[in-house]
Design a protein around this ligand. Structure first.
Ligand SMILES: *Cc1c(COP(=O)(O)O)cnc(C)c1O
Length: 405
């Protein structure tokens, strides 16, 4: 039985797994202690819960628990990694390399640092969404201290070759930070085999609570140090002060454990649903374009442009399905997605794109309903599109001379 609205926006956030909620509940009331209280059992119980969660998060990414710093989410983790490294390694250099398709939490952090003396290279990406590794190699200079490249992209799902990027960074003695918010818990991520020095992740992107995340900070080969961005009681080994969000951290730990357990089965299931959605849509509709490579992609992501259809009109037509469009991402503005533009998509194709994000609770029935509904609405909108009609009549739109009025 279908229940509406259907949720296919799992890159924006995921619903909490009921098992995560169960794990958290005791820590709101009965076990309310401050994990930093050393003198009584209230504090000890909270500390024990936090240390268990630290192990669970570490296990998800092949780290040790001492390398995990709890934060308020991936935005804070990205800020701490990039600003913290920039300040700590100021003696060594001021150059940071990132990519044009990063999340705003990375891009805007880099922009901020440019006002404080950083030189930042924003690597262009190839039309398939991946960065050019030769371009990365050429961009590293003696002054480069940090490369920040995300693991899986939140709009187009493309998965960068992080192990190879890490190898390049290692060879040149440069730290690698990766925003793994979309990848952690969805595909195997291992800080050692992937040569990662700093890694950001977030609870609410993997069926955990909002407002809690973690930053992995490598402890050896090399030992990475960061300048704290929030000062106070010296929590989290001085890297992030503030009373720990014990229920949130317990939830993040449980979410990490569940994701690690379910990943083999879930990733296959989601990729099959994703491929089914794609083939149903492409069987019925022409002029649809997949954004980002299908070769290296998160299993739960599909991003498609439906040419000659306005993304906003399409969204309104399918208002019983929760998805995102390439023009609605930056909330209030109708700017087309900067990620799609970085792939070289024209404004019209960027505007006509839809991001489908499959999740733990998505059913096959929902996929079939979505495919049928999108197909129907796209066909109806195109019936109203003079451009689509012209194309069908064989007119080459690039050769048309439009009059100004
Ligand atoms: C959601 C997201 C973030 C921000 O995470 P919060 O925990 O909401 O701060 C950062 N990077 C990527 C890739 C994301 O998808």
């Amino acid at each position: 039985m279908l229940k509406f609205p259907i949720y296919l926006d799992n890159h924006a956030t995921t619903p909490m797994d009921p098992r995560v909620l169960d794990a958290m509940l005791p820590y709101f009331q009965d076990l309310f202690g401050n994990a930093a209280s050393r003198n009584h059992s209230f504090g000890w119980a909270a500390e024990e819960a936090v240390e268990k969660a630290r192990k669970q998060v570490a296990a998800l990414i092949g780290a040790t628990s001492k390398e995990i710093v709890f934060t308020s989410g991936a935005t804070e983790s990205n800020n701490l990694a990039i600003k913290g490294a920039f300040e700590m390694y100021a003696q060594k250099g001021n150059h940071i390399i990132t990519a044009a398709t990063e999340h705003k939490a990375v891009l805007d952090t880099c922009k901020r640092l440019e006002k404080h003396g950083a030189r930042v290279t924003y690597l262009a990406v190839r039309p398939d969404g991946l960065i050019d590794l030769d371009l990365l190699r050429e961009s590293i200079t003696d002054k480069t201290i940090l490369v920040s490249i995300m693991y899986g992209n939140n709009e187009i799902g493309t998965v960068q070759d992080i192990p190879e990027i890490g190898r390049i960074c290692r060879e040149r003695g440069v730290l690698l930070h990766t925003d793994a918010t979309q990848a952690a818990g969805k595909i195997p991520v291992n800080v050692n085999s992937d040569n990662i020095d700093l890694l950001s992740l977030s609870g609410h992107k993997m069926y955990g609570p909002k407002g809690v995340g973690a930053l992995y900070v490598r402890r050896k080969n090399p030992r990475v140090q960061l300048t704290a961005q929030i000062d106070g009681g010296g929590h989290e080994r001085g890297m992030r002060s503030g009373t720990l969000n014990v229920p949130g951290i317990v939830g993040l730990g449980k979410a990490a454990e569940l994701s690690a357990q379910l990943m083999p089965e879930e990733s296959v299931k989601h990729a099959a649903m994703r491929d089914r959605l794609q083939s149903l849509l492409t069987a019925e509709l022409d002029e649809v374009y997949i954004n980002g490579t299908m070769e290296r992609r998160l299993p739960h992501n599909l991003n498609i442009s439906f040419a000659y259809v306005e993304g906003e009109s399409l969204l309104m037509g399918i208002n019983d399905i929760a998805v995102s469009s390439g023009s609605a991402c930056t909330s209030a503005t109708l700017e087309p997605s900067y990620v799609l533009k970085a792939l070289g998509a024209g404004d019209d194709l960027a505007h006509s794109s839809i991001r489908f994000g499959i999740g733990r609770f998505t059913t096959e029935e929902e996929i079939d309903y979505t495919a049928a509904k999108v197909t129907d609405v796209v066909k109806k909108l195109r019936e109203l599109s003079p451009l689509y009609e012209m194309v069908k009549e064989g007119i080459d739109l690039t050769k048309v001379e439009w009059s100004a009025h």
